[in-house]
Design a protein around this ligand. Sequence first.
Ligand SMILES: *Cc1c(COP(=O)(O)O)cnc(C)c1O
Length: 396
Amino acid sequence: MPGYEFFGPEERKEVNDVLETGIFMRYGFDGPRKGIWKAKELEQAISEKLNVGYTQIVSSGTAALTVAMQALGIGAGDEVIMPTFTFVASFECIFSVGATPVLVDVDDTLTLNPKAVEAAITPRTKAVMPVHMCGAMADLDALKAICDKHNLILLEDACQSFGATYKGKALGTIGHAGAFSFDFVKTITCAEGGAIVTNDKDVYVKADGYSDHGHDHLGVDRGADLHPFIGYNFRISELHAAVGLAQVRKLDTFLGIQRKTKKIFKDALSAIPQVSFRRLPDAEGDSATFLAFFLPEESQARAAAAAMKAAGLPAFYWFDNNWHYIRNWEHFKQSTVLSRFAPGLQQAMELYKVKQFPASDAIMSRCICTPINLGWSDAEVAERAEKLVNAVKSAL
Ligand SMILES: *Cc1c(COP(=O)(O)O)cnc(C)c1O
C-alpha cells in the first residue's frame, strides 16, 4: 500500500533538482528557479494520469477537502452527508468551513449506503461526500443519481484511493470535485501533500486562489496579483511536490503489485465458506491497497483479528478504532472543540451525543481489513496467505 516503501534514487533526483536551485516556493522566483517547477509538473502529471481537466495540489488531503468545499461554495448552515466509517478529516473539513456534518450508515461496500443517503436529505443538504475507503469505490452510479435528482454537490473523498477507477474513470473525477491525500502512508506520498481534481474550470480557479491567500495568479509578478476573494494558505512546497512527482510515475507499478498480491490472499480466503468479502461496485477498478472481509459474527471477527496479529499479520479491526469509525469518536460525539461552534452548528451536533448506528455496527463489527504491502517477496506473500487462512479458520 504505502509508496514510502519504494523511496529511491528517483525521489532523490527530483528533490535534488530543487535543492540545487534553493527555490522551495512553488510560485514566483522565475529567474533563480532555472526552469524547475515541481508543483506545476506534478499537477500536470496527475491531470494526465487521471484524465481530468484540472489539478490543484496543496499541503495535505485535509487541506484538499477544505479547499474543495470552499471552491464548491459549501459553508455555514449547509449540511454535508458523510459516512460513519471514514477518517476524522472528513468531519474536520466540514467544521472548518462552518458546515454541518450529517452522518449516514455504510453498507457492505464499506462506504455510503445510497438508501441511507436519500433518507438523510433535508432542505439544507448541500453536498454528499462519499469516502472511497481502503482503496476502493463507493456505489457512484447510485450516489450520482441521488445528487442529480436533488441538485446536490458530489464531492469525492478519494484520499485513500489514488489510481482506483469506477467503470473506467478515475475515482475523484466523477463528482464535481475529488480530493486525494499524499501523506506518508497513502498509495503515493509527497511526505505530506494532497490534491483537488475537477473538470470544472471555475472550481479549479477558486481552489487555486483559495489555497494561496486569494491570489489570482494571473500576472508574472505575484506581489501585484489581485485578490478576488479571501483565501488561506494551503500551499505545498517544491520539496514535497518533487517527492510526489517521482512517486506518481511509479503508480502503475504499485497498483500492479497490489492487485497481484491481493488476488492471492483473496483466492486463499475464498476456500473458507464462512468468509464473505467487501462488495466492490466495480472490482476491476479496485486499487487493491487492502483486502476487507467479513465473518458471520462479531466474536469470530474479533478472534480472527487477534489470531492474525498473533501470527504477525497486520489486521485492522475498524470497529474498535478511534480514528476511523464513529463508535469511538468521543470528541466528535461530545463536540469537544478548543473554542466554540457557531450556535446553529452546536445545536445540530447535540444529536450525536445519543445517536446510534446499528446498521453500520452490524457491518463494521464483522469486518477485518488487512493491508497489502509493496515490499513482500513472492515467498512471503505465499507464507502470509497460508498464515491468514489458518488464523481465520482458528476463529471459526
Ligand atoms: C488520509 C485521509 C485524509 C486526510 O489526508 P491528510 O493528507 O492526512 O490530511 C482524508 N480522508 C481520508 C479518507 C484519508 O484516509
